[in-house]
Design a protein around this ligand. Sequence first.
Ligand SMILES: Cc1ncc(COP(=O)(O)O)c(C=O)c1O
Length: 355
Amino acid sequence: MSSVLDLARPDLRALDPYVPGAYEPGMIRLNANESPWRAPGDTTERGLNVYPPPRPFALRDRLAAHYGAPPEEILVTRGSSEAIDILIRGFCRAGQDDILICPPTFDMYRVYATIQAAGIVRVPLLRREGRFELDTPAVLDALGGRVKIVFLCTPNNPTGQSIPPADVEAVCAAASGRALVVIDEAYHEFASTNYLDLRRRYEHVVLLRTLSKFVSLAGVRCGAVVAAREVVEYLGNVLPPYTFPTPSIELVLEALRDDSLRVSAERIAVIKRERERLAQALRDVPDVLEVYPSDANFILVRTRDSALFRGAAHRAGILVRTFADPAVADCVRITVGRPEDNDRLLEAVARTERP
Ligand SMILES: Cc1ncc(COP(=O)(O)O)c(C=O)c1O
């Protein structure tokens, strides 16, 4: 019977993973060459003088409950960026396999593929009626051959729109037995889509989630892969033990308590409200030609001159993002901030001056 791991690198499937030393609370640890004393200022519960657990199992279990997936189908990573890296390293042989991306999209797919010497097949998004759309027939045509991973980012960074679920489903159905489909849901909590059901139905579908956005923990670097159990086990051959730091584990567990999640939910509601207000107000800015719809915590606008727009924001002490990709070279991506930050931005760009 065929398995999703037939898509994995054969050399890595055979790898004997590192066996970490035992950790048993209450025992004197003379097995891991650690310091027996805590460092000054170490206020963590576990103690930073000892290694973190090889995998953050308590955190994994809590995330599993939060996402509604079995713990064995979750791998905690240092940001979802690390998840992108280990998926590419685990499934693409250098010089032999490709990833497929739909630009303009999150640029780290390209970067990690290049580091791994994997090829990159690009199927650009189509610009249609004020939105960017997946070219689904072209993605389906490009499947097969060397493509081992299709990255679908929804909502997409930097365009902001979600891919229609029927299109995501069509790609997943067509890729079965041919490639992994990685659905990057970094902005899931600001949108209304959820691909857990698709993940359950297809063993080659992988979801990426992150704690960087919705629980205000970009600095902690916590992401997660949600994948079939054998994919998670296999990725354990690529991701070494002890990568997830103790302070991050303890802070994320704190952020996933019910009372903390209530605060996050209120903040998400504020961001969504501000997203609509900001989008509406940006439509009245003379230098803004188009405001793209957004299901994320940012808005992409097409401007008369993106450098000029960025300069006006900068003079008011605000950083916004511009891009080299020609499809969005005249665009600016604006993260939705606090109401007062958004007001300040609107004021700054309302009177954009030409040099
Ligand atoms: C679409 C997308 N995926 C993944 C990431 C990586 O996020 P992190 O590594 O912070 O989890 C980002 C960051 O902005 C993103 O926009």
